[in-house]
Design a protein around this ligand. Structure first.
Ligand code: GSH
Length: 205
């Protein structure tokens, strides 16, 4: 396999998804740290050499660069047991990964980032105005996940897939954004199952 380098900020759940996928599959990753709060992904060098979109994570595969966390997880896991063989289940896994990027991450992760890292006192007027709506949408995503997980161990089929890893990344730290996970008992049980997997690593590892 070509050498893999993860361009990341370790506090980001999007970056953690890729580290967790690699750890569960026993794939070695080299890591390069950028501080997003210091705009280290907005330098000319980063924009021209790593990602013109100015964001991490980016998985470097040899001399090629792959932005977007869920694409990077797919690159690592597409030929592994983390992707179901069944065609419908494979598409259903993608459904949850798209849900994560559209309904979950822009709300749960953004509220956590603004609350725990930027600081509510430093938000712009526009961000303050968006906060209540993002909180409501984040709660709705968590509720949908909780309802889905009632009576099942994982999001798709009977075992862990990339859908679980991608949704786990920001759900397990959602309390940093003030989301009360006690309201979602099935989500909590699922978080415990993921954290108990062999080769599991935490976000700070
Ligand atoms: N959809 C992208 C989102 C990437 C993203 O928003 N990255 C954030 C950190 S989690 C970032 O780099 N922010 C720095 C910036 O926008 O300047 C993914 O899943 O990788």
């Amino acid at each position: 396999m070509e050498k893999l380098i993860l361009h990341e900020d370790w506090v980001s759940g999007n970056c953690y998804k890729i580290r967790l996928t690699a750890a569960l599959l026993g794939i070695p990753l080299e890591r390069r740290q950028y501080d997003v709060l210091k705009a280290e992904t907005r330098t000319e060098a980063f924009l021209t050499q790593v990602n013109a979109n100015g964001r991490i994570p980016v998985l470097q595969v040899g001399d090629r660069f792959l932005p977007e966390s869920n694409a990077a997880c797919w690159y690592l896991a597409s030929r592994s047991p983390l992707v179901p063989d069944d065609r419908f289940e494979q598409a259903d896994m993608l459904r949850w990964m798209f849900f994560e990027q559209y309904n979950h991450e822009p709300n749960v992760a953004t509220v956590r980032f603004w609350t725990a890292f930027v600081g509510l006192e430093n938000l712009s007027e526009a961000q303050h105005a968006m906060l209540p709506g993002k909180r409501v949408a984040g709660e709705a995503a968590l509720k949908l996940m909780d309802d889905h997980l009632a009576g099942r161990d994982y999001f798709v089929g009977a075992s862990l897939t990339l859908a679980d890893i991608c949704l786990y990344a920001y759900t397990h730290v959602a309390e940093g954004g003030g989301f009360d996970l006690d309201a979602y008992p099935h989500v909590q049980a699922w978080l415990g199952r993921v954290a108990g997997l062999p080769n599991y690593i935490g976000i700070g590892a």
